[in-house]
Design a protein around this ligand. Structure first.
Ligand SMILES: NC(=O)c1ccc[n+]([C@@H]2O[C@H](COP(=O)([O-])OP(=O)(O)OC[C@H]3O[C@@H](n4cnc5c(N)ncnc54)[C@H](OP(=O)(O)O)[C@@H]3O)[C@@H](O)[C@H]2O)c1
Length: 285
């Protein structure tokens, strides 16, 4: 039985990916942060699911989980690592603290780096292990190529993941470990409403960005209505792990035209379209 590690399996894309991989006969090691989630997933997923408890920013905890997985594999290689865990910190650059940016980069960028370093030996960098090399799937975002305003921290983290993944893909060729990026548009998951990352407009009552934030908030409700089900992303995760020749990057979004337009229009034209739509032009223009 092939084994895969999925980070952030408690909800959303990670949960759906774990479910599909289990349905397709994989053993899944899924990371959670809370014991209660570990218990819930064990009862939802059954015997072929093993919870790993760690925060992706906690290097000793991730390394301990990698040792746990190594023991369970009995000398075989790991078939895949899905770097999925992530958060979305939102708000204007001038309204976020440096700590907000650090938290975003810590979880979405340093976290996958820690997990990659911890699990790469099991994927095949350790030549003493048996079996074919595994693959690394990076859950990026359409924000990995586009920079929408008021989400700069998240956008910066996903641009970083895209660059990191390209370098990593080339370095990992030495071991036959492929690296595949999945870049979804809006997906129906709790990411935008979770914990301290939640989009909290009340924080910006005296901010010049308040009207724009209100428009973006309304737009996010529209996005939620058209958002893809996480199962669609899970299918791409399965493809990335199993197709003989996966693409290097899969883009998937409900409103493809919008991203096509963003790709072909000059940046300055896109700037004005976006700024006009959400009210970021100065009053005299
Ligand atoms: N939803 C979208 O519209 C969308 C679009 C493009 C890309 N993505 C990306 O998809 C990935 C999964 O997000 P999702 O939408 O499925 O959101 P989600 O349902 O909130 O899932 C995020 C997962 O990451 C975990 N996580 C958060 N911080 C963590 C940390 N410090 N250490 C370990 N695990 C942590 C969460 O655990 P807890 O339950 O403990 O918080 C949860 O399991 C993210 O990388 C996100 O950027 C999402």
């Amino acid at each position: 039985m092939k084994s895969v590690v999925v980070t952030g399996a408690s909800t959303g894309i990670g949960w759906a990916s774990a479910k599909l991989l289990l349905d397709r006969g994989f053993h899944v090691f899924g990371s959670v942060r809370k014991q209660a989630d570990a218990e819930r997933l064990k009862s939802e997923f059954g015997a072929n699911f093993t919870p790993l408890i760690f925060d992706v920013t906690d290097e000793p905890a991730v390394l301990a989980a990698a040792r746990q997985v190594r023991e369970a594999l009995h000398g075989e290689k790991l078939a895949g690592l899905v770097n999925n865990a992530g958060i979305a910190v939102t708000g204007p650059v001038l309204g976020l603290s440096v700590d907000d940016f650090r938290r975003q980069m810590d979880v979405n960028v340093i976290g996958p780096i820690i997990a990659t370093q911890a699990f790469a030996p099991l994927l095949g960098a350790d030549a003493s292990l048996k079996g074919p090399p595994g693959r690394i799937v990076m859950i990026s975002s359409v924000a990995g190529k586009n920079g929408n305003p008021l989400t700069s921290a998240y956008v910066a983290s996903k641009h970083a993941i895209e660059g990191f993944s390209e370098s990593l893909r080339r370095e990992m060729m030495l071991f036959g470990i492929d690296v595949v990026i999945i870049a979804p548009g809006p997906v129906k998951t709790p990411i935008w409403s979770k914990g301290q990352e939640a989009f909290d407009i009340s924080r910006y009552q005296n901010s010049p960005y308040l009207p724009a934030l209100q428009k973006v908030s309304a737009f996010m409700q529209h996005l939620d209505a058209i958002a893809l089900p996480p199962e669609k992303i899970a299918q791409l995760v399965l493809d990335a792990l199993t197709l003989p020749k996966p693409k290097v990057r899969y883009h998937i979004a409900p409103d493809t035209m919008r991203y096509l337009l963003a790709a072909v229009l000059p940046k300055r034209a896109m700037d004005r379209i976006i700024a006009k739509r959400i009210g970021l032009l100065p009053p005299e223009t």
